[in-house]
Design a protein around this ligand. Structure first.
Ligand SMILES: *Cc1c(COP(=O)(O)O)cnc(C)c1O
Length: 336
């Protein structure tokens, strides 16, 4: 099966399976799992934070960040397309009593800095208290520039806001910019990073932040049922994700460019090549019914999202041969 829906479908590498089988583990709720501790301390140090906490998912890591930065009745500013606004079940509002203030994302994925300023509420009983600015990088496969991040950080500082990075795919951004991920995370008070997308670990994200923030996040994680016991089995794969998989994202990006070139030879697909920066292509499909295309491809062991707005995601389990097969089968579908 070649699955183009998401990089969440990646299978753990052979090295990960070995490391998981032999991981030294303990009860992480007691702080006794050496493998979890190793993952947390290595990530904190590498990306420039005091501390880190291993979480079951990126959704949980973002929720812990918002709940640790904000109190009941506070608000966080984020993009209209932000994952932690649109795709996380409204958790910040439901579980944190923290109100989102979404602002339209620009075409490049950024949020207009003046629009952020305009949405910071004055200290007045009518308003929620604006506490946090949350940015996402990559967003829709697009990379925010370091200049923009520096300006956003300055804005946050000027207005007394904390600044959080939803960095589920920050390594894709780092590889694209040819910088270490720490050059991106340096602009943030906290960052969530995902181990189980393009980096191929089976489960897990990390939240990075100050000692005080992570202590608070640990409390919320326990309350939310996220205190895992012998979680070193999972952390062992996470260590390899950070050590061995980051540079390999370059291959995914090259393959994405190849797929984009191939798709552009098909008149039924439209998208802006400039928007293809990392491992994702967001296309409009103007051919026959997108659902019918997806159903046909399924019979050829190819999985795509069943819609006329088709997102193609490239990852380690998508080879050039898989891309060639996809294009051949799409062409075949159009002749049927
Ligand atoms: C996938 C994703 C998340 C959530 O990660 P899960 O592990 O699926 O909960 C958060 N933010 C962004 C930008 C993501 O792409």
């Amino acid at each position: 099966m070649f699955d183009f829906r998401s990089d969440t479908v990646t299978q753990p590498t052979a090295a990960m399976r070995n490391a998981m089988a032999t991981a030294v583990v303990g009860d992480d709720v007691y702080g006794d799992d050496p493998t979890v501790n190793q993952l947390e301390s290595m990530a904190a140090e590498r990306y420039g934070f005091d501390a880190a906490i291993f979480c079951s998912s990126g959704t949980q890591a973002n929720l812990l960040a918002i709940m640790a930065h904000c109190q009941r009745g506070d608000e966080y500013i984020c993009g209209q397309n932000a994952h932690n606004y649109r795709w996380e079940g409204g958790g910040a509002a439901v579980l944190g009593s923290v109100q989102p203030q979404p602002i339209a994302n620009e075409a490049d994925g950024s949020i207009c800095l003046q629009a952020i300023r305009d949405n910071i509420k004055p200290d007045d009983a009518h308003h929620a208290r604006t506490k946090l600015l949350s940015l996402e990088n990559t967003i829709g496969g697009k990379v925010l520039s370091l200049e923009y991040l520096a300006q956003a950080q300055a804005l946050a500082f000027e207005h007394g806001l904390r600044i959080h990075l939803d960095g589920a795919r920050v390594f894709n951004a780092a590889v694209k910019l040819n910088v270490d991920a720490s050059e991106i995370t340096q602009y943030f008070d906290s960052a969530s990073i995902c181990l189980s997308k393009g980096l191929a670990a089976p489960v897990g994200s990390l939240l990075l932040g100050s000692d005080a923030l992570i202590r608070s996040a640990r409390r919320w994680r326990k309350m939310l049922g996220g205190g895992m016991r012998q979680a070193g089995i999972l952390a062992a794969a996470g260590i390899l994700a950070l050590d061995e998989q980051v540079e390999k994202l370059r291959i995914d990006h090259d393959n994405t460019q190849y797929l984009a070139q191939q798709l552009l030879t098909l008149p039924e697909f439209t998208f802006d090549l400039d928007s293809v920066q990392t491992n994702m292509i967001f296309t409009q499909y103007t051919g026959k019914d997108g659902k019918a295309l997806a159903a046909y491809l399924r019979t050829k062991d190819i999985i795509i999202s069943a819609s006329n707005a088709i997102r193609f995601v490239v990852h380690q389990d998508i080879t050039v041969d898989a891309i060639d097969l996809l294009i051949t089968e799409i062409k075949h579908f159009h002749t049927m």
